[in-house]
Design a protein around this ligand. Sequence first.
Ligand SMILES: [Mg+2]
Ligand SMILES: [Zn+2]
Length: 197
Amino acid sequence: MKNIMFDVILDRDGTLNVDTGYVFRVSDFSFTPGCVQALQALRDADARLSIVTGQSGIARGKYTEADMHAFNAYLVEQLHASGIKVAAIAFCSHHPKVSDCDCRKPKTGMLQQIEQKLGGIDWKSAWGIGDKPADSEMIIAMGGRAVLLRPGPHNAPTGKVYWREDDSELAGLLLDKRNFVASNIREAVEIILEHQN
Ligand SMILES: [Mg+2]
Ligand SMILES: [Zn+2]
């Protein structure tokens, strides 16, 4: 068995699959462009891949936890068919308004769950890829590095804008040279492979 060189924590909607808005039907599943090839490149660099996904649609009554698991299982199956292994998945099903949730991004509960499942993660060498600032804040809070994906028709066809590069709250994150912004997951993985080590 090959050694794990580093962990990559992947957001799901808008990062791995196209985010059509509270997506849960397998029939609505599609990979973002270049996703499979990008993950294969990470695999070939001996990265270990995990998924953390905010699924407040469950608390909002838009779909059930079983729907989400079916969607996740389909995603994992598709990746497996391309030779890509998912080491662990964590999700937050809570409503943003509940107070007893320690897992909604940018809180780090899901990353701690992943760490527990995998028996340890070296966060200093870990990366997170996601399409919202909360994805980046979460991995940075653990000591890891972030690549924030720009939203666009390729990953977020609803046109909902979650962040802008001139948002003042993002300045700190984007000024830190350990973190990056990329246009898509393929570019994100190029950045990671270039800056790893
Ligand atoms: Mg997302
Ligand atoms: Zn939660």
